[in-house]
Design a protein around this ligand. Structure first.
Ligand SMILES: C[S@@+](CC[C@H](N)C(=O)[O-])C[C@H]1O[C@@H](n2cnc3c(N)ncnc32)[C@H](O)[C@@H]1O
Length: 434
């Protein structure tokens, strides 16, 4: 018996392996019910695989391996930064390393090492030495919005190509990307703030990393429009995936029970990803996508299919000012409150509640919740998002009690009609009592 594999550990490995086999059998027999609301079984099995991986490694290897997991982000960021996904074959015939080098003129060592690291995590495949092709995972990077999302979360150094007469020179300007860079500063940020999340944007991990005293959205608006646009694209992709789409509002809230031509105001709606999805489903409803920073509404609008153009409109609106659309049927606030300190959330909600028609307008909040006690646990993906929010926005997800206190402080007339929670995601349906 190997020195670290005690009988207890081996027993654990056996039982985890059995649950994997049972999952495979159920899938083969079609007895696995894929619940669109939770995708719980798939998530369970990936938790089991992670646990199994931990038992397969000696403890000292496992912990240092977890500590080095940032190198996977490094590799992926290199791929996206160099745009390698666009050069690797998407057919059975792989691309040779030499061809990748000659097509891009980038370092052979970097290309090879970044691809190798990703391949170890099943992103791309290498059917023969130094021959690469896409697989199901790496193909996701061919979607521009999705690649923008990956880019937002990981490290990047942007190279600005300057055309100076006939010579090309490169200026590397100090821009490194949000998720990974801010994350690297988190321990330093809390250490200088008595081990608490910093309220002052300049002292948050993001502020320290980017040398700014502005909060994330102000920074995007005033200092870095390109990165702001990329964030918007990333958000659009994030709501389309299983990770953040596990609890879509339309599955939980009864849009069916609304009147056919109801108006939905999508507050802080970004590129309108939620409204567009809903407009496709509810063909008579109208949508107003409000965002302070989305000034590309004309571009968004022109991209809409014909049937949606007369029903989805954009409006530049700062949600910290009075709500211009009064008495709408639904005010949707999706992934907005999680970004702001309590005082700003109070202000955002107050403006909406003032515009709501008593007894009729619905306030629909899709956000995250920190489960306590018998409410369960956060899924790894939501916990990961919470850590990311610590670094980027200096915010932690609220408990149910904190949410309730916020609603009561905004207005005693605001009442929760429905609350759905899943793995740390939450959807609140509220009305303003008459
Ligand atoms: C995390 S995104 C959520 C986007 C969308 N609701 C979703 O669920 O995908 C937050 C959005 O709030 C917008 N935002 C930030 N500050 C704002 C403000 N003061 N007024 C209006 N929108 C704002 C951002 O531009 C961004 O589009």
């Amino acid at each position: 018996m190997s020195e670290f594999q005690s009988p207890e550990r081996l027993e654990k490995i056996k039982s985890l392996a059995n649950s994997i086999l049972q999952y495979v059998e159920e899938c083969e027999q079609g007895t696995q019910t894929v619940d669109p609301k939770s995708r719980q079984q798939h998530r369970n099995i990936s938790d089991v695989c992670r646990e199994l991986q931990s038992y397969a490694a000696p403890p000292r290897h496992w912990v240092i391996g977890v500590a080095c997991s940032y190198t996977q982000s490094m590799a992926l960021s290199l791929i996206v930064e160099m745009g390698l996904q666009k050069h690797v074959s998407n057919t059975k015939v792989p691309t040779r390393l030499e061809d990748l080098v000659s097509r891009t003129n980038y370092s052979r060592e970097i290309i090879k090492t970044a691809l190798r690291q990703c391949i170890e995590y099943q992103i791309f495949e290498e059917p023969a030495p130094e021959r690469y092709r896409h697989n199901e995972n790496s193909r996701t990077l061919l979607d521009d919005d999705y690649a923008a999302w990956v880019h937002f979360r990981y490290f990047n150094i942007r190279i600005l190509e300057l055309q100076v007469s006939h010579t090309k020179s490169y200026e590397i300007y100090a821009s490194v990307d949000e998720g990974m860079l801010a994350g690297a500063y988190l321990s330093r940020s809390i250490a200088t703030n008595g081990y608490q999340l910093a309220e002052d944007p300049g002292k948050r991990a993001f502020g320290m990393a980017f040398g700014t005293s502005r909060s994330l959205y102000e920074y995007y608006d005033k200092e870095d429009r390109d990165r702001g646009l990329r964030f918007g694209k990333g958000m659009a992709a994030s709501t389309e995936t299983a990770i953040y789409g596990d609890l879509p509002v339309d599955l939980i809230s009864s849009f069916e029970k609304l009147k056919k031509n109801a108006t939905v105001v999508d507050v802080g709606g970004g590129r309108g990803q939620n409204s567009i999805r809903l407009a496709k489903q509810f063909r008579d409803m109208k949508f107003v996508v409000q965002d302070r920073y989305n000034d590309s509404d004309t571009a968004e609008w022109s991209r809409l299919p014909d049937g949606l153009r007369d029903r989805v409109k954009w409006q530049v609106h700062d949600f910290c000012t009075p709500q211009p659309v009064e008495g709408a049927d639904v005010y949707l606030v999706s992934q907005v409150l999680m970004d702001h300190p309590p005082s700003v959330c109070h202000e955002i909600l107050t403006h909406i509640v003032e515009a709501m028609a008593p007894g009729r307008s619905i306030l629909l909040i899709s956000d995250c919740i920190s489960p306590t006690g018998d409410e369960g646990n956060m899924a790894l993906t939501t916990n990961t998002l919470n850590l990311h929010m610590f670094a980027i926005l200096g915010r932690a997800f609220w408990t149910k009690k904190e949410w309730q206190e916020m609603f009561t402080s905004v207005s005693p007339l605001l009442k929760i009609q429905k609350l759905e929670m899943l793995d740390g995601r939450a959807i609140f349906e509220l009305i303003k009592e008459a």
